[in-house]
Design a protein around this ligand. Structure first.
Ligand SMILES: C[S@@+](CC[C@H](N)C(=O)[O-])C[C@H]1O[C@@H](n2cnc3c(N)ncnc32)[C@H](O)[C@@H]1O
Length: 283
C-alpha cells in the first residue's frame, strides 16, 4: 500500500488542490444532479480536495457521501475536517479489494477519484469495483497521473542497496500507464471491457511551478509512498538519498530548473464513464 505520511501530504498538497479545482471547473457540467443522490470519493486522502474543492461545487442536497481511502491516517485528517456532517461516512478500504462490502453494490449515483488510481497496480479490479458500486446510469470521473519525474527518482533509489527491497517491491504499483504506448486507448479499452459506456478519456499535459527546490522536495515527500515502510531508524538516511536523487533528476531534466523555480511537467488522464441503464446499448 502507498505508505504516505498523512501530515506531510496534508501540508504540501497545493498541486492536487489546484488540479482538482481546475479540472472540475472545466468539466463538472458533464454531470447532472438530482436531489438525494449518493456520492463516493475514492482515495479521498486528507480531505482537502473533498472539502475545499469538490463539495462547494456540488448541490448540498445529496443523501450521503462515502469518503474512501486505504490509509487510516489520511481518513483521520479528513474526518477532522468534516465538522461532524452526518451525511459523510469515512471508510478504510482498498479500492482494488476482492471483497467489496455488499452494501456498496449498485449504491452510488456518482463516483469521483482524484489522483489516487496511479497508486493502484490492480487497475482492472479497481475499475470493476467502481463499476459494481455505481447504480445503473451512475457516473464516474477519475483523474490520474500517467508519469512524473519522481518515477526516475524511484528507479534510481531502487538501485540503492539499502532501500532496493522496499522500493522494488512497490515500484510496479506506481504510475501503471507510464510505459504505455497509448495510455488513452489502453484506459478506454479497459473501461469498455469492464462494461462502462460513454467512456471519454483525455490526456492533458499539466505543469506546476514550485517556488523553490525546498518546496518541490516537500511536495515530493508528501506523495512519497515509502515514508511508512522504510524502518524508522533508516528514515533520515532515506530522505537524504531521496533529496540527492531529486536534485540529480532536476539537474538532468532540461527546463525543469529556471532560477529558483522548479517546473514540474506531468501528463494526466481525465476519464468520464457511465454504468449502462438496464436496456442501454453497450458499445
Ligand atoms: C495523492 S493522494 C490524493 C488524495 C486526494 N484525492 C487529493 O486529490 O488530494 C492519493 C490517496 O489515494 C489513497 N490510495 C492509494 N492507494 C489506494 C487504494 N488501493 N485504495 C484506496 N485508496 C488508495 C492514498 O492513501 C492517498 O490518500
Amino acid at each position: 500500500m502507498a505508505g504516505f505520511d498523512a501530515h506531510i501530504y496534508s501540508n504540501n498538497n497545493d498541486i492536487q488542490k489546484f488540479d482538482a479545482n481546475d479540472i472540475l471547473n472545466s468539466c463538472l457540467s458533464f454531470t447532472e444532479w438530482s436531489p438525494s443522490e449518493t456520492i463516493m470519493d475514492v482515495g479521498t486522502g486528507d480531505g482537502t480536495v473533498l472539502f475545499d474543492v469538490l463539495l462547494p461545487k456540488i448541490p448540498p442536497d445529496f443523501k450521503k457521501l462515502v469518503a474512501l481511502d486505504i490509509n487510516p491516517d489520511m481518513l483521520l485528517l479528513a474526518e477532522s475536517k468534516s465538522r461532524q456532517n452526518e451525511k459523510i461516512e469515512f471508510v478504510c478500504l482498498d479500492i482494488a479489494t476482492k471483497n467489496l462490502p455488499p452494501r456498496f453494490h449498485s449504491d452510488f449515483d456518482h463516483i469521483f477519484s482524484f489522483y489516487c488510481l496511479h497508486w493502484v497496480a490492480e487497475q482492472r479490479r479497481a475499475f470493476e469495483n467502481m463499476y459494481s458500486m455505481l447504480k445503473p446510469g451512475g457516473r464516474l470521473l477519475v483523474t490520474l497521473v500517467v508519469d512524473d519525474v519522481l518515477s526516475d527518482v524511484y528507479d534510481k533509489l531502487a538501485e540503492n542497496e539499502k532501500f532496493s527491497s522496499v522500493i522494488s517491491g512497490f515500484k510496479h504499483n506506481i504510475f501503471p500507464y507510464r510505459n504505455c504506448e497509448n495510455s488513452v486507448e489502453t484506459v478506454t479499452q479497459l473501461l469498455n471491457t469492464v462494461g462502462f459506456v460513454g467512456v471519454k478519456c483525455e490526456e492533458s499535459k499539466r505543469v506546476f511551478v514550485h517556488k523553490s527546490f525546498a518546496q518541490f522536495e516537500k511536495w515530493a515527500l508528501g506523495i512519497n509512498p515509502f515514508m511508512k515502510t522504510i524502518p524508522q531508524e533508516d528514515l533520515e538516511l532515506y530522505k537524504e538519498e531521496f533529496r540527492a536523487e531529486l536534485k540529480n533528476v532536476v539537474k538532468a531534466t532540461n527546463g525543469m530548473e529556471v532560477g529558483e523555480e522548479i517546473f514540474d511537467f506531468y501528463p494526466v488522464l481525465v476519464v468520464f464513464a457511465s454504468k449502462p441503464l438496464p436496456n442501454q446499448q453497450i458499445k
